[in-house]
Design a protein around this ligand. Structure first.
Ligand code: BGC
Length: 750
């Protein structure tokens, strides 16, 4: 073995190869002593490094070495800023280098199917395009420093209820269009070193044993080059998993002997074991340069600044009547709510980080020298409201020009491991808001929560609402920057806020029963449902206000001749404050041979503009932006027809739409007796044959096809051609035969 290369799998014994396919303990790969293969550490993730400081090697989520706690994805996703994600990724990787961690376990790009999902705070969006394009930044950033990522949880892990075993029963189209594309995009563009399979089953098969998922789709179709590891405890059958394409079982079940035995008995081919084990050697090889850096120290302050910038971009201003925000010089402000003093800045479970420092809004405000009157208002436990706290809050509110009321979900309310059962905030907080609004009309609510909470029941009581999600360790400072107007809020919702939980299309099948959950809503998740079926929402996908005013105009769209479209627009900051706008491009297909959402996000660009400035932007859409997953083709398919290219600042604020006629992708399904007359007419071979058949009818040599009176065109057009006898009696079969014979002759199939 040379200094620069590890041995190949061919140099290892069967036992050594088997050992590489499971961990040493909960956080380490197995080393192969004697062959020089080290057992590097791999650990969580995803919004900072959670390196357990326990020496037992066991799972212990609450004790970890200090690391920068960046905003969890709930916040970061609202930035619509992949470059920011890249910067956060670089910083996380530097912390990994210092702590000798070869792979950080994240990002988690599962779709927020239902806002009750316990890990919505860790996942990026209800929209796969947004999730994939933002989280790709984490992967590129981390890996640019020679540290690996683990894209998780592959796939269809959208709930916590029964997460180890539930079977997500989801159709092929929804899989391809909603649940897989974020993974697909990141694999194809950023090649994460590892992918983590999900706990759950997908259509009955445990993800760890699903060769369709792990081999056919991930490797053969998307070209994934890295290794797949199990989620912690997701591997229930070493041999089945290795056969399916799972390289690494975590944590170990100490069953390497079963793998050896399976090879000896022919239940696992040695070639397959070699492939899986070689992947592990390749992973170690990739991490070696970074793991060899001795004495590396990251810059704690600089990373805190990155966390602050990320927090600044994560906040979404939902409401700002009478310009209640920002707070202005000289205003007498009452700050009410325990969250102002005790920030809720991250979620619970395996992502729980010990931050290097922590800022609260209250500390930050006092550091700025602002004199504010603070009262806690309520406690964060579920004890009944303390009357004295309410009285104190009302008194503070009545003496102030403005009230900043910090409301949110206490830590216990949402975490990995369970789903929420309600979107409601604790009643005592809402009651307090109502009471405060009775004594002071100028209330701005600042929210802290990882997933959507219901706003409709109380939003009329507040002139301002700032959804600050979970902002990571420097969220307090960032909030002060925004609340006091140094920085304009620029976040946009990555998740729709519904009027009511029961409006959510997935509620009919949530969270499933008897071991399965039916994804009956298909592709109609989030705004795809609300916008297509014209449902009222509290705040739409993509929405977010700013202190600045923007205009989007000059929209044009031009086909690039390769199936894609280039979209151009001008965005202008019309105000006298600096700010950032996110220009969003949605594609609205007009022709709907299959059911399609009213529109779907296919491009976006965040643009920072100084006061009074404008910029021309261009956003490229590729052919895939127009495709749907066709179960008939078993492939993506672009129908020819008109597509609306919508450019705007949320899914419901479309500034302009340009209609383009695009050709189809040339794919054809063979016609047969079950194809409808319309399908025949639309087909380049079938169409002329139908014309010929009609001409023959006119000439009296075949029965006449009468589309006029008693057989409306659409009725006939929708019938399979083997049903002509229903309309034309016995002679109808002549029409069917004519079409089929002619088609077979022309296509050479006869
Ligand atoms: C979680 C993963 C995490 C792993 C290791 C699992 O319970 O689902 O997201 O990376 O634990 O902590």
């Amino acid at each position: 073995m040379s200094d620069t290369q590890y041995p190949s799998v061919k140099d290892l014994t069967l036992e050594e190869k088997a050992s590489l396919t499971s961990g040493e303990d909960a956080w380490h790969l197995q080393s192969v002593e004697g062959k020089g293969i080290p057992g590097y550490m791999i650990t969580d993730g995803p919004h900072g490094l959670r390196k357990s400081d326990s020496t037992t090697g066991n799972v212990d989520v609450n004790h970890s070495v200090p690391a920068t706690c960046f905003p969890p994805a709930a916040g970061m996703s609202s930035s619509w800023d992949p470059e920011l994600a890249d910067r956060v990724g670089r910083a996380m990787a530097e912390e990994c280098i210092q702590e000798k961690v070869a792979v950080i376990l994240g990002p988690g790009v599962n779709i927020k199917r239902n806002p009750l999902g316990g890990r919505c705070f860790e996942f990026w969006s209800e929209d796969p395009f947004l999730a994939g394009h933002e989280a790709a930044g984490i992967v590129t950033g981390v890996q640019s420093q020679g540290i690996g990522t683990s894209l998780k949880h592959f796939a269809v892990n959208n709930q916590e209820t029964n997460r180890m075993h539930v079977s997500a029963r989801v159709g092929q189209r929804a899989l391809r269009e909603i649940y897989l594309p974020a993974f697909e995009h990141i694999v194809k563009t950023a090649q994460p070193w590892t992918v983590m399979c999900a706990y759950n089953r997908v259509n009955g098969v445990h993800a760890a044993q699903d060769s369709w998922l792990l081999t056919k789709v991930l490797r053969d179709e998307w070209g994934f080059k890295g290794i797949v590891m199990s989620d912690w405890g997701a591997d229930h059958d070493r041999v089945a998993s290795l056969n399916a394409g799972l390289n690494l079982e975590m944590p170990p079940s100490f069953t390497d002997d079963q793998v050896v035995k399976a090879v000896r008995e022919g239940r696992l081919s040695e070639d397959q074991l070699d492939r899986m084990a070689q992947g592990m050697i390749d992973l170690v090889e990739k991490a070696r340069p970074a793991m060899g850096k001795e004495g590396y120290r990251y810059d704690v302050e600089a990373h805190n600044q990155v966390a602050r910038q990320a927090a600044l971009e994560s906040m979404v201003l939902l409401k700002n009547e009478d310009g209640i925000l920002p707070v202005r010089q000289g205003e007498k402000v009452a700050v009410i709510g325990e969250f102002a003093r005790t920030p809720r800045y991250q979620g619970g479970g395996s992502s729980h980080i010990t931050p290097t420092r922590l800022s609260s809004f209250l500390d930050a405000v006092r550091e700025r020298g602002e004199a504010v009157d603070f009262v806690p208002g309520f406690t964060l436990d579920d004890a009944a409201q303390d009357r004295a706290l309410s009285d104190q809050a009302l008194e503070a509110a009545s003496k102030a020009d403005k009230v900043l009321l910090f409301m949110g979900l206490p830590e216990e309310a949402e975490s990995e491991g369970f789903d929420r059962t309600t979107l409601d905030l604790p009643a005592k907080q809402v009651d307090l808001l109502k009471a405060i609004a009775g004594v002071n009309a100028n209330v701005a609510v600042i929210l802290s929560n990882g997933s959507v909470v219901s706003l409709a029941p109380w939003r009329d009581q507040a002139k301002g609402i700032m959804e600050s999600w979970l902002l990571g360790q420097d969220g307090g400072q960032a909030l002060a920057d925004v609340i006091y107007g140094d920085v304009s809020p620029s976040g946009k919702l990555a998740q729709t806020i519904p009027m009511d939980l029961d409006d959510d299309p997935t509620m009919v099948n949530w969270p499933g029963e008897e071991g399965h959950v039916d994804y009956g809503e298909g592709i109609y998740v989030g705004y795809r449902y609300y916008d297509t079926f014209h449902k009222q929402v509290a705040y739409p996908f993509g929405f977010g206000l700013s202190y600045a005013d923007f205009r989007i105009d000059g929209v044009s769209a031009q086909a690039d001749g390769k199936g894609g479209v280039q979209v151009k627009a001008r965005v202008s900051n019309l105000s006298d404050v600096d700010g950032a706008e996110v220009v969003q491009v949605y594609v609205a297909p007009h022709s709907r041979r299959v059911s399609r959402p009213a529109h779907e996000l296919k491009g976006f660009k965040r643009v920072f503009l100084k006061a009074g400035h404008s910029a021309e932007i261009a956003i490229d859409l590729d052919a895939r932006a127009f495709a749907y997953w066709s179960e008939a083709y078993g492939d993506w398919h672009v129908e020819g027809g008109t597509y609306g290219i919508q450019v705007g600042s949320s899914s419901r604020d479309i500034s302009a739409q340009v209609d383009l006629d695009l050709p189809d992708d040339g794919k054809r399904l063979p016609l047969d007796e079950w194809s409808t007359l319309r399908e025949w007419e639309d087909d380049p071979v079938g169409g002329p044959i139908v014309d010929k058949m009609k001409a023959e009818g006119e000439a009296g040599r075949l029965p006449r096809v009468d589309e006029g009176d008693d057989s409306p065109a659409s009725f006939l057009a929708g019938m399979p051609i083997n049903s002509f006898s229903v309309l034309a009696g016995k002679d109808g079969t002549k029409l069917t035969s004519f079409l089929l014979d002619e088609y077979a002759r022309q296509t050479g199939t006869k």
